[in-house]
Design a protein around this ligand. Sequence first.
Ligand code: ADE
Length: 234
Amino acid sequence: MEPTKARERWMRVDIITAVPQLITPVIEASILKRAQEAGAVEIVVHNLHDDGLGNYSQIDDIPFGGGAGMILRCEPVFACVERLQAEREYDDIIFLTPDGERFTQSIANELSLKRNIIMLAGHYKGIDQRIRDVLVTREISIGDYVLTGGELPALVLLDAIVRLLPGAMSDSESALLDSFQSDLLDAPHYTRPAEFRGNAVPEILLSGDHKRIAAWREATALKKTQERRPDLLA
Ligand code: ADE
């Protein structure tokens, strides 16, 4: 089924990164592209080097006080963010960082209601604290592990948010029945053939009795949640 056309663009997301080549191909080859074509979202990727300093377009520098690694400088980030802010008001400027609040479905739901957001992908320890103090309004982690940069986390947020936007997905892919939207994990799914290498599809799914099928799905989802994620039921 064709995605329904959103009447007006729902959301704009600006992603600021020193490595746009990590982000752009994913946007081009996923539901994110279709969501843009359907008018649900506009995604704009900004290369920090475009606002770099001097002939070498410098964006980072050695840390005051010594230590290993380079620190992202204030100037390129402020230049990029302030140029965007001159054009529209942003609801949130999100910095992806392992010491941020843990990303959940409910944060995705909340962010999907915003109009304009900026995501800043930086490097852990490697970003001048004044960027966080002055510009950033929200800091989000995608889990308790450290990645080399915020680009993959930004894509994780983007994917989780955009699929919730009206017009982003066809009805058959509706996000409303997902695991986590209902606080229950998803029930198992099957398609043809009804038997594969001696493994049969549960009989009830072939019965045509939609009431009993719905009850089976709910009971199976509940059992799976009790076994795997009892914390979701608590
Ligand atoms: N940058 C590096 N690791 C990260 C994580 N786990 N979540 C968000 N941003 C990060």
